[in-house]
Design a binder for this molecule. Structure first.
Ligand code: AP5
Length: 213
């Protein structure tokens, strides 16, 4: 018979490489990538109720209130594509309340991947990050610039990717990370996120393969 669809969580500090790694995890395992940051940015652009409630928090680098994001994620996890293909949660849960809400909803995962990257490396990653609005691909002006001139011209920078706001984001991360990791001690694996992206991918895939067998 067919194996059960993978249920994966990836966590780590701002700019630790979650989005970058999710591109390759999604390509290999065919899971639905659920980035709460991307979902919230889309809601802000579309001007939905959730977006209007989230905007001021995101603009300042603070976490949006648990009650704004928890319902959105639970609803998305209940959709047929997630049941069919499995899912990859990126940027959620980020607080103890969010982890508890998943557990109470009966949602458990096969693997909790924690990308470990020290703060001093993260600031440089944040300020150099650019995104292609056409493909959604993530670049870095120093570490992984695009070779195509057309792509280079259209790259965008996130409004919360400033040195000042990343300090707020890091503060929010450090205030919550131990409680979140503590909720997944039985399935947690720590991966060194300071290596090159391909090496980090290889370590993550080994971890996922082991968790799924
Ligand atoms: P979110 O979008 O989730 O932002 P984040 O957690 O700060 O993470 P990032 O997207 O900044 O980084 P990443 O780890 O994906 O790194 P990336 O791969 O891009 O959240 C934004 C906001 O939304 C929050 O502040 C909050 O307000 C709100 N929010 C979201 N979820 C929430 C929740 N659950 N609860 C409450 N509020 C929530 O990589 C970064 C850069 O480094 C790139 O340029 C990349 O090219 C480069 N890079 C990646 N890997 C490597 C490597 N191995 N070596 C060198 N460079 C690398």
């Amino acid at each position: 018979g067919r194996k059960a669809a993978p249920r994966l969580i990836i966590a780590g500090a701002p700019a630790s490489g979650k989005g970058t790694q999710c591109e390759s995890i999604k390509a290999k395992y065919g899971v639905v990538h659920l980035s709460t940051g991307d979902m919230l940015r889309a809601a802000v652009s579309a001007g939905t109720d959730v977006g209007m409630r989230a905007k001021e928090y995101m603009d300042s680098g603070r976490l949006v209130p648990d009650e704004v994001i928890i319902g959105v994620v639970k609803e998305r996890l209940n959709s047929p594509d997630c049941a069919e293909s499995g899912w990859l949660l990126d940027g959620f849960p980020r607080t103890l309340e969010q982890a508890n809400a998943l557990a109470e909803a009966g949602v458990s995962a096969d693997c909790f991947i924690f990308l470990n990257v020290p703060d001093e490396i993260l600031v440089e990653r944040v300020v150099g990050r650019r995104t292609d609005p056409v493909t959604g691909k993530i670049y870095h002006m120093t570490f992984s610039p695009p070779d195509d001139e057309e792509i280079l011209k259209r790259l965008e920078q996130r409004s919360d990717d400033t040195e000042e706001k990343v300090k707020v984001r890091l503060g929010q991360f450090h205030a919550n990370v131990e409680a979140v990791r503590g909720s997944y001690t039985d399935i947690a694996v720590e991966v060194d996120g300071t290596q090159r992206p391909e090496e980090v991918s290889a370590m993550i895939m080994k971890t996922i393969d082991a968790a799924l067998t």
